[in-house]
Design a binder for this molecule. Structure first.
Ligand code: ADP
Length: 499
């Protein structure tokens, strides 16, 4: 018996979810944090606010589950990836706001790199040249924050992705917190060599980053340290799983076999395909990334199609346009019309990610006529989620030379049945939703439980996966044909917008 806690620190909110041995949720708490938008294209988070939110969701979830911290077998951490924080190890405070993955302030720095350097970076890391990843964010902080530069000079600065900030705080912070990260998070920085699984000297030099400020890279499943009696868990619980959110969802969906894939629908959309122990390099605009590494086992790799804006376009309809008052309401509004009325919406708010990788692109709404309404726009926003996903899944089929027959989905948007049906129609394949759509947290819990023996092995985890609903494609749908053709035309209109 016993429980496992998963701390899921996402782009919009932080959650602590408590699972029992059969993987059922027995208590959870969630809290949003501020999105700080100092300028167009800049997105920041306050690291201290995030840590406070984590303390609050941990205590809240324990209370709801009616258990104590000491009832937890272990804790797993999963996090928004790439978002980068630099803090002072002597005060325990951030030296600057975290720069979020969506932030585009470093595009110019990256564009100025020579083609030869760009090629080297892409080969060593499997990623693309984009402000999305951590390295150029760290470079920016060192160059633009005098507090960061001084702390580095004095040997007080620690840098890392959000997992490392949370682990450091949970294990004691200024009183001996450990500074580690896992391979999946490190694989998103543009600083780790995919083969050696270590920080690469040449890459550190290109981005002018001193190695000593970075966390030590560990596997995704091992005991990194223990929580503190004085902390939110009020007991010494092993922290034994760390995975970036998308890789955690792969583990939560139990995609442990070569060729298995999942697509997560959240703030952005992320499709990952397990490529086993081999590093497969994409010819169609996908990323090569770490999938997971359990303890001493060999690392598993993945191909990834990342879409920057999907759920956040729904938030935009809610917060900026005010045409809905809650995200789920978009379904009702979209259903009030039978089609998009010719309206296409490409939410390229921060450029286009996979498979295009165009930071010069910006969003467009095209095909407007006098008859267009907010309902058509709502429908176009849901279609955009699905068309963008088709773009990356087409690239995945082209790279792997395997045609998809079905996809496993998860994430907040998968509660939207209209959107899931559109996805099946646009792809022409079955879309399968599991009972637990909180697969990110579940994956972190699985990684933690594997390290402590709470779970025996991956076969035990696979046996727990349960299907909730299967959306069957309508093979006659015009969305897959005319719709997709028009979508591609709309994409053309977003390009070359920024000089
Ligand atoms: P994340 O983990 O990235 O924070 P979640 O998986 O919690 O994301 O999903 C939240 C996102 O999904 C938000 O961007 C929200 O706008 C969107 N969303 C939530 N419910 C729905 C819905 N029923 N229909 C469409 N979008 C939704």
């Amino acid at each position: 018996m016993g429980y496992i806690g998963a701390l899921d620190q996402g782009t919009s909110s932080s959650r602590f979810i408590i699972f029992n041995q059969s993987g059922q949720i027995v208590g959870q708490e969630q809290l949003e944090h501020s999105q700080i938008l100092p300028k167009a294209g800049w997105v920041e988070h306050d690291g201290a606010e995030i840590w406070r939110a984590c303390i609050s969701v941990i205590t809240g979830a324990l209370k709801k589950a009616g258990i104590k911290g000491s009832d937890l077998n272990s804790i797993g951490i999963t996090n928004q990836r790439e978002t980068t924080l630099i803090w002072d190890k002597s005060t325990g405070l951030p030296l600057h706001n975290a720069i979020v993955w969506q932030d585009t302030r470093t595009a110019e720095f990256l564009n100025a790199l020579s083609d030869q350097v760009k090629e080297k970076i892409v080969y060593k890391t499997g990623l693309a040249i984009a402000p999305y990843f951590s390295a150029s964010k760290i470079n920016w902080l060192i160059k633009n924050s005098p507090a960061v530069a001084l702390a580095i000079k004095d040997g007080r600065a620690l840098a890392g992705t959000i997992d490392s900030w949370l682990l450091w705080n949970l294990t004691g912070g200024v009183n001996g917190g450990v500074h580690y990260t896992d391979v999946t998070n490190a694989s998103r920085t543009l600083l780790m060599d995919l083969e050696s699984l270590d920080w690469d000297s040449e890459l550190l030099e290109i981005f002018e980053i001193p190695r000593q400020i970075l966390a030590e890279i560990k596997s995704s499943s091992q005991v990194y340290g223990h929580s503190q009696i004085s902390g939110p868990l009020a007991s010494e619980v092993p922290i034994s799983g760390i995975l970036g959110d998308q890789q955690a969802a792969m583990v939560g969906q139990t995609c442990f076999e070569l060729g298995e894939s999942k697509t997560t629908y959240g703030t952005g959309n992320f499709a990952l395909l397990n490529t086993g122990t081999s590093i497969v390099r994409s010819k169609h605009g996908l990323l090569t990334t770490l999938c997971y590494k359990f303890g001493e086992d060999k690392a598993r790799y993945a191909l990834e199609g990342s879409v920057a804006v999907t759920g956040s376009a729904i938030q935009w309809l809610r917060d900026q346009l005010g045409i809905i008052t809650s995200a789920p309401q978009v379904e009702e509004l979209a259903k009030s019309v039978s089609d998009n009325g010719g309206v296409y919406f490409v939410p390229a708010f921060s450029g286009l990610f996979a498979p295009y990788w165009r930071s010069d692109a910006r969003g467009v709404i095209v095909g407007l006529s006098r008859a267009a309404t907010k309902a058509h726009l709502a429908r176009a926003a849901l279609e955009a989620i699905c068309y963008q996903t088709r773009d990356v899944l087409d690239a995945m089929s082209a790279d792997s030379k395997v045609a998809l027959t079905e996809i496993r989905v998860d994430g907040g948007i998968t509660a939207n049945e209209l959107c899931m049906q559109m996805q099946a129609d646009i792809l022409g394949v079955e879309v399968i939703r599991p009972v637990i759509i909180e697969t990110t947290a579940l994956g972190a819990a699985y990684a933690a439980g594997l390290a402590t023996g709470f779970y025996k092995d991956t076969s035990e985890l696979k046996a727990k996966w349960r299907e909730d609903r299967r959306f069957m494609p309508d093979k006659t749908s015009a969305l897959a044909t005319t719709g997709f053709k028009n979508w591609k035309k709309a994409i053309e209109k977003t390009l070359n917008w920024l000089d």
